[in-house]
Design a protein around this ligand. Structure first.
Ligand code: GDP
Length: 280
């Protein structure tokens, strides 16, 4: 499956809803009216594209209706272009150090898909020829340790784990040592879920990062906040646009399913095409 097909497949729910709604709105509107634009706006907001990009699309559609007429107004093309433009500087590749192990810390709130994402990432880099090691630093959840070990077997990546309740920083320390001994290119560190308002948990995360930095300068070299998984299960796949506009952070990958290879490096053009491809 090509990149576009993967995106389109993963975004199927969002895409189907959007295309269906836009076609309905466009066919029912021989002339531009405030109501038409309101409906278009509602459909775009319903996909969670967020206000700034929705407004930009609606403004462009209005302009086109007024200057080109209805038959020449390509609503899908306008929407695709605006989304691509909004995200054009958002994509960023995963860092890789020239030598030594690149340490990647995976953070976020509970249940967003951190453990799964850590495993998918390890699988992704290994499929490109880079050795990976996984660290089970979510020691608060016994199930997370077991889950990561199972993933490790499935994708053939060693998992460094401690006992349930162990100090995550100690596990991280051992994992860095193991990754270096194996000459791994990447170490992916699964951490416990936490909110940024939980002061003690944030201190613990800082400690974990400090311990790794002592072993490998600059570690973690990447901190990935897991937000944009499960796009496959939602009709709100436009949320990438809203989140990016709101936070201004780069988007490295998107999760499009529960299997090992359901993780895609983010590509704004393919994503925008998959959302607004006119074919259902
Ligand atoms: P954590 O608590 O943040 O570590 O989250 P988990 O990795 O345990 O994931 C929570 C649930 O979400 C699990 O049932 C995963 O299979 C599921 N999940 C993770 N990523 C995706 C994804 O991209 N798509 C779908 N549909 N489910 C996902």
């Amino acid at each position: 499956m090509g990149l576009f097909e993967k995106f389109k497949d993963g975004l199927r729910k969002t895409h189907t809803n959007l295309v269906h709604e836009i076609k309905r709105i466009v066919t029912l509107s021989p002339r531009l009216s405030g109501a038409t634009l309101d409906e278009l706006e509602a459909a775009l907001l319903g996909a969670d594209l967020g206000i700034p990009v929705t407004e930009a699309i609606v403004a462009e559609v209005r302009k086109s209706y007024e200057t080109q007429g209805r038959d020449r107004t390509e609503v899908f093309e306008i929407a695709r272009g605006e989304v691509e433009k909004a995200l054009s500087s958002a994509a960023a590749p995963l860092r890789k150090l020239a030598t030594g192990v690149t340490v990647v810390s995976i953070v976020g709130v509970n249940g967003t898909g951190k453990t799964t994402t850590a495993a998918k990432l390890a699988h992704w880099v290994q499929s490109r020829g880079d050795l990976a090691v996984l660290a089970a630093c979510d020691t608060f959840r016994a199930a997370a340790i077991e889950q990561l070990k199972l993933w490790g077997q499935r994708v053939d990546v060693p998992v460094i784990a401690g006992a349930y309740g162990a100090d995550p920083a100690a596990v991280a320390h051992d994992a860095v040592v193991a990754a270096q001994a194996r000459k791994a290119a990447y170490l992916f560190v699964d951490t416990a879920g936490r909110l940024h308002t939980k002061h003690n948990l944030m201190q613990e995360l800082q400690k974990l990062h400090r311990v790794m930095d002592k072993k490998v300068a600059g570690a973690p070299h990447e901190t990935l906040l897991v937000l944009v998984t499960k796009l496959d299960g939602t009709s709100k796949g436009g949320m990438i646009v809203a989140i990016q506009k709101e936070l201004g952070i780069p988007i490295k990958f998107v999760g499009l399913g529960e299997q090992a290879d359901d993780l895609q490096p983010f590509n704004p053009a393919e994503y925008a095409r998959a959302l607004f491809d006119e074919k259902e």
